[in-house]
Design a binder for this molecule. Sequence first.
Ligand SMILES: [Zn+2]
Length: 252
Amino acid sequence: MSSNLLPCKLCGEQKKLINAHIIPKQYYRRIIPKGAKPHLLKFEVDDVANESKTQSGIYQDDLLCSDCDNQIGQYDKYGYEVLPHQIDESKLKEPFGHGLKIYEIGQIQVETFRLFLVSLVWRAGIARDSMFELIKLGEYEDGLKQILLGKKTDLLDTITAVVVLFRPPKYSEIMWSPFCSKMDGINIVTFYLPPWKILLKLDRRPFNDPFDKFALSVGKPTVATVQDFWSKGEFRLLCDFHQKSRKAAGLE
Ligand SMILES: [Zn+2]
């Protein structure tokens, strides 16, 4: 068997597999500053920060056939539309007072956007790159795949997410590794797709109050919550990264 004729991880057919992005490349491209060389720096922060360059993000050549990649590409395309790079400031509202802002995304095709989220987390869960090592799907891996194969599963009805417009005071254009955690006891996966952050629920229980009010829901206009600060965990991550990257650069 030729090494490039392997079963596609989605349809299972033995085909020529192509370079498939894990996080759609647009999300990388949009964080490249205008006029900069067309590459991003990829850092792995372990004991030391390892640096490498990437042209268009992370892809893997033994995941998908071109038919499946094209299908997922349609969801990606819709994902870019819903989560644009440019923010329309007139959509920022403060309906609750207390400085709590929301961003009105408006009516979207929640079902299609949800398929984008399903494909994103499924790809991240099966990817080998260390950027995705914190994503452990366990029993969800097969269920997510069945959804992408068009099979109606009861899992699909439990998939929802809180969309966050993430505008920290500095370093807003870093794509941090996605990770699994719990939010108020509910299992979630966090993705950073600057300037957005997605809190994707992978749990059969519903979100607790107040997250249930902001979560994607079929037939309801979509709103994002606005986070203009670093959470404690994010700030720790940033400090750690800063310190290790300075050390790696010989500055300390
Ligand atoms: Zn396939």
